[in-house]
Design a protein around this ligand. Structure first.
Ligand SMILES: Cc1cc2nc3c(=O)[nH]c(=O)nc-3n(C[C@H](O)[C@H](O)[C@H](O)COP(=O)(O)O)c2cc1C
Length: 219
C-alpha cells in the first residue's frame, strides 16, 4: 500500500495536533499538582508527558496556552515555584482526572472539586494525590519555549511515592496491574495497559529462532 507524505509546516496547528496526537499513542497522563505563590493548590492533566531519562530521573511536560492566549495555572505555578508533582492516573481515578481538566478560575482547587485528597509533599511544596498509585516530586530543570504558544518543561524527579501494593521495594519491581494507569488515545478516547505480551530476551539467536518459527524468510 502507498504512503502519503504530509508536510507538517503547511498544516494548521489543529491539523498538526490531530495528526500527532492520533499517531503517537497511547500517551501516558500526568495529573500535575502545583502550588501558587499565594499557597493555593492546582491540579491538571497533561498527556504531552513522558519520562525521558533515568540518570537522573527526568520527566517532560508539554504546556500549551489557554484558548484565550493566557498561561495555564500549571505553567504559572511551575515558573513561580520551580516545583511540581506528577501523579499517575489509575483507572479508578479517570473521572476525577477529567474534572481536573476543566478550566476553573485561577485559585480554584481542582482537587477539592474532583474529591481527590492532597497529601503534603516531602521534598517539594506541591502536594501529591493520595488516590494516585504513584507520584513523582519534581524540580524544574529548564523550560524550553518551542514556540510562542508552547513550553516544554523538563523536571528532575527528586522523590517518588508508591502505594504499598504497587511496588516490591526489595527489587524495585512495579506491578503494572496494580498501577493500572490510563493513557490517552486521542480526543476523548482513552486506553488501559491491561493487554500485554512478553517476548524472549533480546539476542540474535532468539530473534533468528523467532523468524524461523513464524516462517519468515531472509537472512
Ligand atoms: C487527558 C488530558 C490531557 C491533556 N493534556 C494536555 C497537555 O499535554 N498540554 C496542555 O497544555 N493541556 C492539556 N490538557 C488540557 C489541560 O488539562 C487543561 O487546559 C487544564 O484546564 C489546565 O489547567 P490549569 O490552568 O489549572 O493548569 C489535557 C486535558 C486532558 C483531559
Amino acid at each position: 500500500m502507498d504512503h502519503v507524505f504530509v508536510d507538517l509546516d503547511r498544516l494548521t496547528e489543529r491539523q498538526r495536533y490531530k495528526l500527532l496526537s492520533g499517531t503517537i499513542i497511547p500517551r501516558p497522563i500526568a495529573l500535575v499538582t502545583t502550588v501558587s505563590l499565594d499557597g493555593s493548590t492546582n491540579a491538571a492533566p497533561f498527556s504531552f508527558f513522558n519520562v525521558l531519562s533515568s540518570d537522573p530521573g527526568v520527566v517532560a511536560l508539554g504546556l500549551e496556552l489557554n484558548k484565550d492566549g493566557s498561561l495555564k495555572d500549571t505553567t504559572v505555578n511551575i515558573r513561580d515555584t520551580e516545583e511540581f508533582t506528577v501523579n499517575i492516573v489509575s483507572m479508578t481515578m479517570a473521572k476525577q482526572m477529567n474534572v481536573c481538566a476543566y478550566s476553573f478560575e485561577r485559585g480554584v482547587d481542582e482537587l477539592e472539586r474532583a474529591t481527590l485528597t492532597p497529601v503534603p509533599g516531602t521534598a517539594v511544596k506541591s502536594p501529591r494525590i493520595k488516590e494516585s498509585p504513584a507520584s513523582f516530586e519534581c524540580r524544574r530543570i529548564v523550560s524550553v519555549a518551542v514556540s510562542r504558544t508552547r513550553d516544554i518543561v523538563l523536571g528532575r524527579i527528586v522523590g517518588a511515592h508508591y502505594r504499598a501494593d504497587v511496588i516490591d521495594i526489595e527489587n524495585y519491581y512495579v506491578d503494572a496491574q496494580a498501577l493500572d494507569p490510563i493513557a490517552r488515545i486521542e480526543g476523548t478516547n482513552y486506553a488501559t495497559v491491561r493487554d500485554r505480551f512478553s517476548m524472549p530476551p533480546h539476542s540474535l539467536d532468539n530473534a533468528l529462532a523467532a523468524k524461523r518459527f513464524s516462517g519468515c524468510s531472509g537472512s
